[in-house]
Design a protein around this ligand. Structure first.
Ligand code: SPV
Ligand code: MG
Length: 290
């Protein structure tokens, strides 16, 4: 079964797939052990990992390199955040070929102009493509895939751009008409009412995907009650959790003048050995090193 087919099966059997952002193979291993259904190869997390803003500064090559490294260490299906598709419909065709070869299960393409501006920033300059132009990009993505189970997710930023529910619905319907398998609708409102209203009103032919970063109270029980949402992406929790842990540990070491206290609060090195699969290295050593 292809990775796309595996993800589709998870969606069908569970009704709602939980997809966790990862910015590294290690974070993907941790997500898999925790029990997520898929990995979100997040542009925001990878940008932050490089200490950069999420503004189309990371190249497709950098994103693909990390995605391949993640795919090498995790068996979970990967949902690739390809932002605007790195240009126009022709760039999208090229990108789909590369991401499919890399073993990706799904891609998310958003209807913003290139270079994109990160969605959650207050007062972000949010400029959307014409609907027809973005439909062309979705049609290009669908026609470029070789595996029919490779999932093409169209993301509308209409709510992020402040254009309102009617425009978001119009865009969602148009993108489903262009062949998108799912519609991701994003919102940066703290109150989940905007997303709840969209989801209840949605009558399109394909299911929805959401990223509850700005409105964390919308948990799985409430999401399921809305009906139309079949995938939830936890978009920046990995990098925020890692930052919280490192800020605490690093500051503590400076404050304490050493690691004498902090070492009790963090995992022992044996846990890292386990995640590095040192047992396999040891077994190979015994077998092959003479
Ligand atoms: C990402 O994780 O890169 C996303 C989600 O696209 S957000 O940053 O909220 O736009
Ligand atoms: Mg992104």
């Amino acid at each position: 079964m292809s990775k796309g087919a595996i993800l589709k099966q998870a969606i069908t059997t569970k009704g709602l797939a939980h997809v966790m952002a990862a910015h590294s193979p290690l974070s993907a291993i941790l997500a898999e052990e925790a029990g997520f259904d898929g990995i979100w190869a997040s542009g925001f997390e990878l940008s932050a990992l490089y200490g950069l803003a999420d503004m189309s500064l990371i190249t497709m090559t950098q994103h693909l390199d990390m995605l391949r490294a993640i795919a090498g260490q995790s068996s979970l299906p990967i949902v690739a955040d390809i932002d605007t598709g790195y240009g126009n419909a022709l760039n999208v065709i090229h990108a789909i070929g590369e991401y499919e070869k890399a073993g990706t299960a799904a891609v998310v393409i958003e209807d913003k102009t290139f270079p994109k501006v990160t969605s959650l920033a207050a007062d972000g300059r949010q400029e959307l493509l014409r609907i027809e132009e973005f439909q062309g990009k979705i049609e290009a993505a669908v026609s470029a895939r070789s595996d029919p189970d490779f999932i093409v997710i169209a993301r509308t930023e209409a709510l992020i751009a402040g254009l309102g529910e009617e425009e978001a619905l119009r865009r969602g319907i148009a993108y489903a008409g262009a062949g998108a398998d799912m519609i991701l609708v994003h919102s940066k409102k703290e109150d989940p009412a905007e997303i709840e209203s969209f989801s209840r009103t949605w009558k399109g032919p394909v299911p929805l995907v959401i990223v509850p970063n700005a409105y964390p109270e919308l948990d799985a029980t409430r999401i399921r009650a809305l009906g139309n949402i079949q995938m939830t992406i936890y978009g920046n929790y990995g990098i925020r959790a890692a930052t919280t842990a490192m800020q605490y540990a690093f500051r503590r070491i400076i404050a304490d003048g050493g690691v004498q206290n902090v070492h009790k609060d963090i995992v022992p090195v044996e846990e890292i050995f386990r995640l590095q699969r040192m047992d396999q290295v040891k077994a190979a050593e015994m077998r092959f090193l003479r």
